[in-house]
Design a binder for this molecule. Structure first.
Ligand code: HEM
Length: 411
């Protein structure tokens, strides 16, 4: 672990040892103070890859995020690691890995269904999913909040959007978790390469069956939207449909689960904050925003410089990787007072969904609704829930989430 005296050029932000206990928030605080646009010389975990610029402040992330002409999502990959988990060709088949104009055309196909108004229509259904999962805990004293509550809820919600039968939820959750937590030794004991050799082919295989069914009989789910989408007069290639499906599944699966579990942990670790919410459930939306700020589900996303440029006085050369660390910008002390304090009344504006550029999260309304319902129902039923063991984070510089979180329901 780097200390305060480790030379800045020896700090390698994506090395696994920094992420064993969750994001290295102190190292990020040091970078914001001393070197807000910082160079990591290389990546040694995974397959060795060139290094990258770390962008750590809210203002600079905003600049990068807005300027897609200079900072491309298509040129080199969307995470610090370009190719070790998934070939670039597959990343570029998802609209999160495209630049305008194709990005905009594909995203537009989904935007109608994800507006706050359209998403609000799902409130009763999503609340029923949450209560059904919580009902299933009856008679138990101890549960794992990740696997027993968060996972089944988020899987069913996104599964219903995608048209997946409920009996397949567990299989899809496993596939998504292995790809997104690829480097974690518990999730992938056989190593990162098995993800490409075993899990990605299984995703393709299962997805092809769903696609074939929609070709014959279109339905009103999002898989059907992909299958029948026309962009510039052409339908999508099969790998684009599969990866579009993968993007929505992955984004819907991991993100909300992560934020709910980390937010519940913060409430249990700060009983005085939880007491305020129990006394006034109207504060739940504030819990959602504060959890997003402090525990963004995705620690970073990345761009690639399309030309020589400069950021915060730091020259950046064409082709270099530029990593936007949302785990850092949520604690930027130039924006937030006492940024490491969990405060349910802060109601912060944050960058957990991106910084407002072209790739701003499609699922914000859905994520906010799911999170509000999860917090509301959990707090109403189990106001004294208590931590009952060591919560363990996924060892990943990308997926910022717990993989186990044992709790006692009655506290
Ligand atoms: C707590 C929940 C969530 C968080 C923190 C989150 C975060 C993000 C972030 C940071 C990005 C921007 C990536 C970039 O800068 O390149 C993004 C994009 C995206 N998110 Fe979310 N997300 C969440 C929930 C969801 C949900 C529920 C969906 C539903 C399907 C979703 C779908 C997407 C899609 C499709 C994109 C790509 C948008 C584009 O490239 O234009 N997200 N998300």
């Amino acid at each position: 672990m780097p200390t305060e005296s480790t030379p800045l050029d020896e700090i390698l932000m994506t090395e696994r040892e920094l992420w064993v206990d969750g994001p290295p928030v102190e190292t990020f605080a040091r970078l914001r103070r001393e070197c807000p646009v910082h160079w990591t010389s290389h990546i040694s975990d995974y397959r060795p890859e060139p290094g990258y610029w770390s962008v750590t402040t809210q203002e600079d992330i905003h600049t990068v995020s807005r300027d897609w002409q200079t900072y491309s999502s298509e040129l080199g990959g969307i995470t610090a690691v370009s190719e070790s988990v998934m070939p670039l060709e597959l990343t570029r088949a998802m609209f999160i890995g495209m630049d305008p104009p194709k990005h905009d055309r594909l995203k537009a196909l989904f935007q109608r269904g994800f507006t706050p108004k359209r998403i609000a229509d799902h409130e009763a259904t999503i609340r029923a999913i949450v209560t059904q999962v919580l009902d299933g805990l009856a008679g138990r004293d101890r549960v794992d909040l990740v696997t027993d509550v968060a996972q089944p809820v988020v899987s069913r919600v996104i599964g219903s959007f995608m048209g997946i039968p409920p009996e397949d939820d567990e299989i899809w959750a496993r596939l998504m978790n292995t790809v997104l937590g690829a480097g974690d030794p518990d999730i992938n004991p056989e190593g990162v390469s098995t993800v490409m050799e075993r899990d990605v082919p299984e995703i393709f295989e299962r997805c092809r069956a769903l696609i074939a069914a929609r070709r014959v009989a279109p339905s009103d789910d999002l898989t059907s939207v992909l299958v029948h989408a026309e962009v510039d007069g052409h339908t999508l290639e099969e790998h684009e449909i599969v990866m579009g499906f993968f993007l929505l599944m992955a984004a819907g699966n991991d993100s909300t689960k992560a934020t709910y579990c980390s937010g519940m942990r913060a409430l249990m670790e700060h009983p005085e904050e939880r007491a305020k919410v129990l006394a006034d459930p109207g504060l739940v939306p504030g819990v959602v925003e504060e959890s997003l700020r402090m525990f963004p589900a995705f620690a970073h996303f990345r761009r690639t410089a399309t030309r020589d440029t400069e950021l915060h006085g730091q020259p950046i050369r064409e082709g270099e990787k530029v990593v936007m660390w949302y785990v850092s910008s949520g604690r930027d002390e130039s924006v937030y007072e006492d940024p490491d304090r969990f405060d349910v009344e802060r109601n912060p504006v944050h960058q957990a969904f991106g910084a407002g550029g072209r790739h701003y999260c499609l699922g914000t309304a859905l994520a906010r609704l799911e999170l509000r319902l999860l917090f509301e129902e959990t707090l109403a039923r189990y106001p004294r829930m208590a931590i009952d063991g060591v919560p363990r984070p996924v060892e990943s510089p990308f997926a910022n989430q717990l993989k186990t979180f044992p709790v006692r329901l009655e506290g």
